[in-house]
Ligand binder design. Structure first.
Ligand code: BV8
Length: 244
């Protein structure tokens, strides 16, 4: 499949499912998950921070990392890729489903999930905390008012409302995403290494049900050889080419 055929398939698709990863936010200045982290986290691997064991071992350090990322994402702006996905949702309406692995909230700030389609945050959100006793989720104070570790209104310590490695994804969001990808005429997989499951398995559901899968990524990924079309482009430029 070439670019023109992919553009035609997208224009004709009534049900479109999109999966995004950190690469979509790269052009907003947010480091991808596996890039060398800037600043003093360069010596630690993200996978060693984003886990229940890391949090149990050193909650202060884990909270420092998340609070720093929370501050950075609030200072960032949605980029062309986020805005083009909101535009695609306006075109497709209820037939549009965006599942993101990102925890930066930029899709929502670009209007996704508010244009007639659905937005599912598969791995949580940096702007929320979760009461460690009750499990209740609360918006965090703004970074300049945030005291670590944050306390819930019930007076219990909160953890980041983030899905860590070894933890289950929110069941409702995951099953809605699985259904959307299984029923999609076309799936777009943008800015993700497609290395982390179950999110990385979503596009396979589209393939299994005869849908078209297109990928946008400057690098080859594990999905590239399975996709009908893989565009070696950055997210913004790739979406601009596909949406035409
Ligand atoms: C689960 C939140 C059931 C945290 C994240 C052993 C024990 C336990 C589990 C496992 C195990 N072995 C395997 C597993 C399953 C595991 C997994 O898949 N591991 C991988 C590493 C093999 N998955 C889990 O643990 C999941 N839970 O399975 O529960 C279970 C329960 C118990 C026991 C077993 C199973 C939970 C996974 C969620 C983890 N949380 N994020 C945080 O953010 O702090 S994952 C994190 O990495 C991201 O959210 C994302 O999902 C994932 C991948 O990152 P990407 O978004 O793809 O970013 P990455 O840097 O990798 O790639 C960026 C891409 O962008 C690149 O391809 C690059 O080329 C491209 N790019 C760069 N610039 C641009 C661009 N693209 C476009 N434009 C650009 N400008």
């Amino acid at each position: 499949m070439d670019l023109d055929q992919a553009r035609t398939a997208l224009a004709r698709a009534s049900r479109v499912a999109v999966l995004t990863g950190a690469g979509v936010s790269a052009e907003s200045g947010i480091p991808t998950f596996r890039d060398a982290q800037t600043g003093h986290w360069a010596r630690l691997r993200p996978e060693d921070l984003a886990s229940p064991a890391a949090y149990a071992r050193d909650p202060e350090m884990v909270w420092e990392w998340y609070a720093g990322r929370y501050r950075d994402v609030l200072a960032a702006q949605p980029n062309q890729a986020h805005l083009l996905l909101a535009q695609l949702e306006r075109r497709k309406g209820a037939g549009f489903f965006l599942a993101t692995q990102n925890v930066d909230g930029l899709h929502e700030r670009a209007g996704s999930g508010q244009q007639g389609g659905q937005l599912a945050e598969l791995h949580g959100n940096l702007s929320r905390g979760r009461d460690e006793v009750t499990g209740q989720v609360w918006p965090l104070p703004r970074p300049d008012e945030l005291r670590l570790p944050p306390q819930s209104p019930a007076g219990n310590r909160m953890r980041p409302d983030i899905v860590w490695f070894g933890e289950f994804l929110p069941p409702a969001a995951l099953s809605a995403a699985e259904q959307a990808f299984a029923q999609a005429d076309m799936a777009l997989v943008i800015g993700t290494s497609s290395a982390v499951y179950p999110a990385a398995g979503l596009a396979l559901l589209t393939l299994e049900n005869g849908g078209v899968v297109a990928e946008i990524n400057p690098e080859i990924t594990d999905l590239s050889r399975l996709a009908h079309f893989s565009l070696r482009e950055k997210a913004g430029q790739g979406l601009a080419a596909l949406l035409g």
